[in-house]
Design a protein around this ligand. Sequence first.
Ligand code: ADP
Length: 244
Amino acid sequence: MPPLTPPADGSSPLLEAHGLERRFGNTRAVRGVDITVRGGELVAVFGPNGAGKTTLLRMLGGLVRPTSGRVAVKGRDLKSSDPEVRRPIGLLSHQSFLYDDLTAAENLAFTARIYGLAEPRGAALESLAAIGLEHKAHQPVRSLSRGMVQRVALARALLAEPEILLLDEPFTGLDAPAARHIQDVLTSRRSKGLGAVVVSHQFAEVWDIASHMMVMIEGAVIRRESPPPPLGSFLPEYESLLRE
Ligand code: ADP
């Protein structure tokens, strides 16, 4: 199937979705959303509870089937049965996908084996170091704080250096130093030409590291801008968008 956007320079966007819709019964959770992510871009998706952000992210990650519309990963339709199409995607959703009884390092080494990485234990420890949790590597996940579990889950999503990282509320429950660590990881990924979509209802943590921002309300994108405008001037505008 041809890419949605014919590449001008021979390369397709990392991720591209067109006309994405998702209904749950009578609820139109996502209504006709387009999104494009190229190398080095971080698209921040904001909006109030129930705006459709999680549903959008899960469609981009192939976890929820769109009612209509298409998602292409590096020019290939995500609907394809070829598992290679999904391989460039790393996803952090609401579930951590971690085993409580295993240590952080054991969890990540287990995932690294599933990914077929050459040095599962080394990759696990490296990934934990990248998010600043190497000192917790050998503790069972059940003994970690909520914020730490969130960071181990992020380390899991980062394990195979995915070209496209999809994060759902990655800053929830994190203290300021932990949030900064994740901001640094995301900024460094941008400089390596990797792409990301970050869903959040918290502006401050994501604003300065985003290349693009979009706001969803009731399933639709009602505002997008690149680069994001100054946050101080945008917040009053956002408040009035919510009141409309
Ligand atoms: P957000 O992430 O912005 O809070 P969601 O994508 O979680 O929004 O939800 C958007 C709408 O879709 C909400 O009305 C929600 O109740 C509904 N919804 C989401 N998932 C389901 C589901 N699995 N079944 C039924 N309704 C759902």
